[in-house]
Design a protein. Structure first.
Lengths: 86, 524
């Protein structure tokens, strides 16, 4: 069980190391990763793979919405909910 | 074809005059009426004029799908200028190349992409004025100022200060309307030049075959930077219909929900999207019964794609189409022929014709294989500042003031003249519905220190259609100093995401011909 506060830095570290980011300062935890052009649809598949490997989370199709994945904060909150529920 | 004779900005003006209060564009939670869109485009036109943009000048619009990008296209046309929309994934180096190659007079840029455009300004020989839009405008302007980039200002502020009435125009329909950069085998992007007449003709032809009306509500998920996405908007404006513009297809469930909410009637996609839709399970969305047509291009539709379309769009007629940026669209398969002509991309779009020429240069209208040649008013005016390449693709026709488009596609015509695509004569990889020129990826790899030689090929991939794969030979002192992932990340900083190889394989050497040319055959 991890709290969202603990998860944010972990998700952030993953995003910044896995995707090419020229200006980490622009990537606030609430910023849209799509709008910033950091994660595209293929990148999203990599995020799902990471969630599977790191947290044993299988993302359901119905969960694949911006509210769960479009920012570092959203991903962390999603992971928090899933791990709490599991 | 009178509409557009004084430029295709007439499309917007006619739709605004006909139905000023009707919604023409929806982005996110915001709807824009035709009257508001026309007034906004007029203000943008005046703003561009204020920045010194004149007739025939190039305006570069840099960003993902958004209302600002969509309306700036018309703002540029209102200013007698030539627009080109550049995909948000384009990196600084290529952007700088475009600034200089096209001699850009003004840039309208998304603030979220400030890193790329400020860097491009440092690399480019001439730095155009930049109008910035989006939530992060203030931050982007600070960043540009810190980087010493001059002439950057807020798009919203400048545009709001202008008159909403139309600027006087002098465009005629043989003038250029747009440039669309396309990947070539040379590794250097080529700008296909489209005239107002090209746009007016192609938009007439395609809306005719799709039997579009002003009542259509079209889902726009394909980027406006690509001609397939761009034309959804150009056709919507021509029709006075409604476009529901989405940033991307990254969240397919959200797209289906939007299509349901907005009562979408048209869904233009690519096979990769239909493959994703086919794999969705247990999602809270009902089939979209109001969608009356679905279009697809970029690759052949397979049985699994048809199944996905039948599941989500049970009442839709399927139009499988085939196109090239140089002429927008080449062919369509009439829906009645879908079962009878599997794998075919069909017949010429209305008002055009095509044939193949064999190795001896003889014309065949059926039962033959060869290079596809296209004839019609949709053929581009040439490649921007590339007369030699233009001469390869545009060749003389029987009439002195006409050219034929030699497509560079190797194709087959059956006994009824239906078209089948075989291969790009110069081996472009189609992945995720987008084109990747191996040479462009190789050129980027070769710029990485320690890469001795490389070869980029397409390999079959269940989801992407084809995946980009790079074979790399490192120089001796760099052996073991890069992982596969390192190279992918480096390429990610240089290339659009879809061009970055999904697989990298290190090899001690690559097979070569006696002349020292790398042999790609057998690499996979």
């Amino acid at each position: 069980m991890s709290s969202t506060e603990e998860l944010v830095p972990r998700v952030r570290a993953y995003v910044l190391s896995n995707f090419p980011v020229a200006d980490p300062g622009a990537v606030t935890n609430g910023a849209s990763l799509m709008e910033l052009g950091i994660v595209d649809s293929t990148g999203l598949l990599e995020v799902f793979e990471w969630l599977r490997d790191e947290f044993s989370i299988e993302v359901a199709d119905a969960e694949m919405v911006p509210d769960n994945f479009d920012s570092i904060a959203n991903i962390a909150a999603y992971v928090g909910r899933k791990t709490a529920a599991g | 074809m009178v509409l557009g004779a004084r430029g295709v900005a007439e499309f917007l003006e006619a739709s605004a005059a006909r139905s000023p209060d009707k919604v023409g564009l929806v982005t996110g939670k915001t709807s824009y009426t035709w009257g508001a869109l026309d007034a906004w485009a007029n203000r943008i036109g005046h703003a561009l004029r204020a920045k010194g943009v004149g007739r025939g000048d190039r305006v570069l619009i840099f960003g993902d799908n958004s209302a600002e990008v969509a309306v700036s296209i018309w703002g540029a046309l209102k200013a007698d200028a030539v627009f080109f929309v550049v995909n948000a994934q384009v990196k600084a180096e290529k952007l700088a190349y475009m600034f200089d190659d096209a001699g850009v007079a003004a840039v309208i840029a998304d603030a979220a992409l400030a890193t790329a455009w400020t860097e491009a300004c440092k690399l480019a020989e001439t730095v155009p004025p930049i109008l910035v839009h989006g939530a992060q405008t203030a931050r982007a302007m600070e960043m540009a100022s810190a980087a010493g980039v001059p002439r950057v200002e807020s798009f919203a502020e400048l545009v709001a200060a202008q008159y909403p009435t139309a600027p006087a125009r002098s465009t005629i329909d043989v003038d250029l309307a747009a440039i669309i950069y396309t990947s070539g085998s040379t590794g250097e992007p080529k700008g296909a030049m489209l005239t107002h007449r090209n746009v007016a003709f192609a938009s007439w032809s395609v809306t005719t075959l799709l039997e579009n009306t002003a009542d259509d509500v079209i889902i726009g998920v394909v980027p406006l930077a690509f001609n397939y996405g761009l034309y959804q908007w150009l056709m919507t404006v021509r029709l006075g219909a409604t476009l529901v513009l989405e940033r991307s297809f990254a969240f397919p469930v959200a797209i289906l929900q939007r299509a349901a909410e907005t009562g979408a009637t048209g869904f233009p996609g690519v096979p990769t999207m239909y493959a994703l839709l086919g794999e969705l399970k247990d999602i809270p969305v009902q089939p979209l019964t109001k969608v009356r047509y679905v279009t697809s291009t970029a690759a052949a539709l397979l049985p699994k794609h048809f199944e996905a379309i039948a599941r989500w769009f049970p009442n839709a007629t399927v139009y499988s189409m085939y196109g090239l940026t140089e002429c927008k669209r080449v062919s369509w398969l009439p829906p009645a022929d879908l079962a009878r002509k599997p794998g075919s991309v069909g017949v010429p779009i209305p008002g055009t014709e095509f044939w193949v020429v064999d190795a001896e240069g003889r014309r065949h209208d059926r039962s033959a294989e060869g290079e596809l040649v296209v004839r019609g008013s949709h053929i581009m005016a040439g490649y921007w500042r590339k007369p030699e390449v233009t001469a390869r693709y545009l060749r003389p026709a029987a009439l002195p003031n006409e050219v034929l488009f030699y497509t560079g596609d190797y194709t087959r015509l059956d006994d009824e003249g239906y078209l089948y695509f075989i291969a790009r004569m110069d081996e472009v990889i189609k992945t995720r519905g987008e084109k990747v020129a191996p040479r462009e990826v190789e050129a980027a790899l070769e710029r990485i220190e320690g890469v001795r030689e490389c070869a980029v090929v397409g390999v079959p991939d269940a989801i992407l259609g084809a995946a980009v794969k790079a074979f790399v030979v490192l120089s001796d002192e760099y052996q073991g100093r890069y992982t596969e992932k390192d190279l992918m990340l480096r390429l990610g900083q240089m290339l659009e995401a879809y061009m970055v190889p999904k697989q990298v394989e290190f090899r001690p050497s690559l097979p070569k011909t006696a002349m020292g040319k790398i042999v790609k055959k057998g690499l996979s």
